[in-house]
Design a protein around this ligand. Sequence first.
Ligand code: ATP
Length: 269
Amino acid sequence: PTVLREVIIEVPEVHWDDIGGYDTIKQELREIVEWPMKYKHYFDELGVEPPKGILLFGPPGVGKTLFAKAVATESGANFIAVRGPELLSKWVGESEKAIREIFKKARMAAPCVIFFDEIDSIAPARGSRLGDSGVTDRMVNQLLAEMDGIGTLKNVVVMAATNRPDILDPALLRPGRFDRIIYVPPPDLKARIEILKVHTRKIKLGDDVNLEELAKKTEGYTGADLAALVREAAMLALRETIKEKTPKAKPVSWKHFEEALKRIPPSLT
Ligand code: ATP
């Protein structure tokens, strides 16, 4: 019972529009996860096997979790997020049971997307493991068994994220497991413009703010960094407003972004 309480089923509210840029990845995910869930009958009729597991890899903060949530939202599925390190710490001595519970809950909540964040922490390659490798061995085996067992029940989709695909147990990447691997790169200029647009959607911007110009100045910033940058600039405008007690809130202007750029550095080099 203690284990069950830990598995939280979410109904995510992240839409494709909430993710700036990355059109190709969005399209790919749509085809490999959304379609099999939405149009299961066509896949069955045509005899096409959709992939069971999708691995997203890329640096921290590029939106891997966001993609997984959008997949769930847009295909009308529930969402169960599990962080690898959490599995190891919270379920000490009960690792296989934890994995079993997660899949059981997912089947009950189907259609459902299970998302394993930082999967490398529970499934590092044999030999490369530090600490108690017995635990991770048992987890990998249970995970593989559960994924093999999904079989015809295609309404449970397993997604995972890592920034270290190289240290993953290769058994996980075999056909029928995480057989789709998608690289989520740092956002390029175009993606940064789109991400900035998403995060300033509800923000009162000054006339002097040019998001394209701002995007040019943010090479090395991830989506998470850009979100932080906008928040910081907005806070600066807010502080000014409160300090001066202007009747109307001051818009977030270029000087606020310039100051925010100094305070929020890029996380990638
Ligand atoms: P980690 O590996 O650290 O978990 P991640 O790749 O899963 O990182 P997310 O947690 O999805 O990254 O992103 C963190 C936050 O950054 C998001 O909640 C969102 O606010 C913002 N963000 C990241 N990428 C994008 C994007 N492409 N469009 C809009 N917002 C983004």
